[in-house]
Design a protein around this ligand. Structure first.
Ligand code: SF4
Length: 400
């Protein structure tokens, strides 16, 4: 079991930290504020489906910036819109979904691409070459009748890359991920373990040298030690290839450990975003605090873990005012009637809640740690990690 780290020294009572309290537009201002060097700017982005029951908005006017080379975590429970957000970034919303808004990609500081208005040919190029994605469950991402080598070749060919050079790069990536390149390239997906398939998929997603890697629950199907190993490898790859990483996950300990910033989705819109340490220690939104209190951690006995009452809203019938009000212990008439704007808790920490100051006082967190608690006895040691990953020969012997 991982723990939520508690590194921030910011006090909720620190008046300076809250000196900039001011409402911000929920729809057009990026949650958490604009960043200095955005690689992606997402504004008023909506995904909707026309259904017999009415319009289903599965992403509702979200706005956020993603800083070049940051690791951003997007968290929320099932049905909050996380995967739809990932699909929107690549204009990959399935029919008959309708995607609207603005998504601007900056390959470099002085270049801009309007992602929702490029030609199908340009879009095809941008996917994989600039923005790549790894989905949960590698098995369903691979064609079971094709060797892993065939997947690499197909991707390289579709993007007019030199096959020889691409396969060389595949070798390097697979080695970086502690896989034996030739054996993995010659294998069919079913001949690999879950962890090996997931690593092969990560290598495939990086073979065209993208700048942004979007990972939708990349380790959800793996055991804890394999998750930890893959995460460590990803962080190495991020440094080596100057990647911007976007983790879409329900796993708060994972984002606490990895991400520079966290953005919380509830009912298809961001309700809070901020630097990871600040958000973990001083979350302002009752939903974020409930998520934290529902997360297993070593510092809270099991009876202090609190499941969140109720369920995520139906996208056809999102509650009026603040969409969290039917589940919120602090809800008032104002909450039922008025959708809150973003309030700035610090220069880059924003929260959409009328009563965030009360929330900090009224909903204590059960995970706060002292510095001595920061090292988790459950975190894998170098020894256990190497054992779990196996030498390439052990992998070959055990997994093929
Ligand atoms: S605005 Fe009201 S209902 Fe919504 S989270 Fe805040 S206190 Fe709860």
């Amino acid at each position: 079991m991982l723990v939520l780290n508690s590194k921030s020294n910011i006090s909720v009572k620190d008046e300076e930290a809250y000196s900039e309290i001011m409402p911000l537009e929920r729809e057009s201002d990026p949650v958490g504020g604009a960043v200095s060097d955005p690689i992606l700017e997402i504004r008023d982005t909506t995904v909707s489906f026309d259904m017999e029951r009415g319009e289903s908005r599965v992403l509702d006017s979200v706005s956020i910036d993603i800083q070049r080379q940051e690791v951003l975590g997007v968290v929320g429970e099932s049905g909050s819109g996380k995967s739809m957000f990932a699909s929107a970034l690549l204009d990959a919303v399935v029919d008959p979904g309708q995607l609207s808004g603005d998504i601007t990609y900056h390959p470099s500081t002085d270049e801009s691409v309007d992602l929702l208005n490029v030609s199908p040919e340009e879009l095809k190029q941008l996917r994989w070459e600039d923005i790549s994605m790894v989905f949960q469950g590698a098995m369903s991402s691979f064609n079971p009748t094709m060797q892993i080598r065939g997947h690499f070749k197909e991707t390289l060919k579709a993007h007019d890359y030199d096959i020889g050079e691409g396969i060389e790069r595949a070798h390097e990536l697979l080695s970086d991920l502690y896989l034996e390149p030739e054996r993995v390239l010659d294998a069919y997906p079913h001949e690999l373990s879950g962890g090996m398939r997931q690593r092969a998929l990560i290598a495939l997603s990086l073979v065209l040298e993208p700048r942004v890697l979007v990972m939708d629950e990349p380790t959800a199907a793996l055991d804890l030690l394999m998750q930890q190993s893959i995460i460590n490898l990803l962080m190495d790859l991020k440094e080596k290839y100057n990647l911007t990483l976007l983790f879409i996950t329900h796993d708060l300990p994972l984002v606490a450990e990895l991400c520079n910033r966290v953005a919380v989705l509830y009912a298809f819109d961001f309700v809070e975003a901020g630097p990871t340490d600040e958000l973990i220690d001083e979350a302002g939104h009752p939903y974020t605090r409930a998520l934290l209190n529902a997360t297993p951690n070593l510092n809270a006995p099991p009876d202090e873990m609190q499941p969140i009452d109720g369920s995520a809203p139906d996208p056809v019938a999102v509650p009026s005012g603040c969409s969290y009000h039917p589940r919120c212990p602090l809800a008032t008439e104002e909450c039922i009637e008025q959708d809150p704007q973003y309030y700035s808790m610090s220069s880059n920490h924003a929260v959409a809640c009328h009563h965030w100051e009360e929330s900090v006082e009224a909903i204590p967190l059960n995970h706060l740690l002292t510095e001595d608690d920061a090292a988790s006895p459950m975190e894998p040691t170098a020894e256990s990690t190497s054992e779990n990953m196996g030498s390439t020969n052990e992998v070959a012997d055990n997994e093929f």
